[in-house]
Design a binder for this molecule. Structure first.
Ligand SMILES: [Zn+2]
Length: 366
């Protein structure tokens, strides 16, 4: 028995079949891909963009003036923006948290800024995001139970403020948006359950599970998702933030997750790590020097139907731009294909079997 389910997420910019993987477009671009590649070729229905980065550059007011993020970046489908909390806590050297929000220095030029639960809602509404996230505090790993509890309770209070502000703003807005609160509580199941239970009062359109992929052992991330599965309402989408490796995608789905995002497919592509249906390919390796085969013989992406491993390896070593373009295109496609396989297996009722197969293959691959 797993908790896997399929569904359809309705947004003002189209319907999205779930479980879904959202490619990350940190700076309002998925590095190496055009919006046409994403929408038409890869069939991406929803992208993630980053509130913190876009707030610092080019700024949310400029994006508002340019007609919002969809128009600014020429993206027809849905956009989810994170609240910026994770970046403030991971990128900004100097930051000070108080009850009202967080004051931090830009990692770009050292200038001082402040995020509050209300201001991050305003920034995301200026972008015109379909799905907004509340400002949360994302503690490092590991932290004490005491600190994790303090941070979780602050995150809860921020979520209430953000929702109150969001609801007031929605009364005067003609467009449709959703705001998801985030379950925090570090790696303590009791805190996560307490947090999820308290968030139910907000009766929101969806719920996110955050604070994962902060350096904890991978089985622990799954355990933390499992901890709140029975609390979060089954009628709403659940989003696991910042996960995971290809073999982990079905693991999260098995634990009731509907949405995921991760920089891995695009970042690893640029670093030379390619995900295929037969496992990982480290393209710089000498074994691919004269390998005429496609990167993944079972993949129908543009890269795999047109180029050899030998050519990709050559582009990588030569530091050619085209390498990143072709590699990213394949890796993102691989993630989307995995999600399509997962949805198909759930519909057929064969998902438990699919999961067993992924587990035994990834155990073999080490
Ligand atoms: Zn491919």
């Amino acid at each position: 028995m797993t908790r896997a389910r399929t569904g359809i997420l309705h947004t003002a910019h189209g319907d999205i079949e779930t479980p879904v993987f959202m490619p990350v477009g940190t700076q309002a671009t998925v590095k190496g891909l055009t919006q046409r590649d994403l929408a038409e070729d890869l069939g991406v229905k929803i992208l993630l963009a980053n509130t913190y980065h876009l707030y610092l550059r080019p700024g949310h007011e400029l994006i508002r003036k340019m007609g919002g993020l969809h128009r600014f970046m020429s993206w027809p489908n849905a956009i989810l923006t994170d609240s910026g909390g994770f970046q403030v806590f991971s990128l900004s050297e100097l930051r000070k948290i108080d009850e009202g929000g967080v004051t931090f220095q830009s990692h770009l030029d050292g200038s001082t800024h402040r995020f509050t639960p209300e201001s991050t809602v305003d920034a995301q509404l200026a972008y015109g995001s379909d799905i907004l996230m509340v400002l949360d505090e994302c503690p490092e790993y590991p932290v004490s139970h005491e600190y994790a509890r303090e941070a979780m309770q602050r995150t809860l209070r921020w979520a209430r403020k953000a929702h109150e502000h969001f609801r007031a703003r929605m009364e005067t807005m003609p467009t449709r948006h959703a705001l998801f609160p985030i379950v925090q509580g570090s790696m303590f199941a009791d805190l996560r359950r307490e947090c999820a239970g308290a968030l139910l009062d907000l009766d929101t359109d969806g719920y996110a599970v955050g604070g994962l992929s902060v350096g904890e052992p991978r089985p622990l991330s799954l355990e933390m998702v499992e901890a709140t599965e029975d609390i979060l309402p089954r009628s709403r989408p659940r989003y696991a933030m910042g996960v995971g490796m290809p073999a982990e995608l079905p693991e999260y789905v098995a634990r009731g997750i509907d949405m995921m995002d991760c920089v891995l497919p695009s970042r690893n592509a640029r670093n030379g790590c390619l995900f295929t249906s037969e496992g990982r390919v480290i393209i710089k390796n000498a074994q691919y020097k004269d390998d005429e085969r496609p990167l993944d013989p079972r993949c129908t992406c543009y890269t795999c139907t047109h180029y050899s491993r030998a050519y990709l390896r050559h582009l990588f070593h030569a530091g050619e731009m085209l390498y990143a373009v072709l590699a990213t295109r394949h890796n993102v496609r691989r993630y989307l294909d995995i999600m399509a396989e997962i949805r198909h297996a759930i519909r057929l009722g064969s998902f438990p079997e699919y999961l067993r197969c992924v587990r035994s293959t990834s155990a073999e691959a080490g």
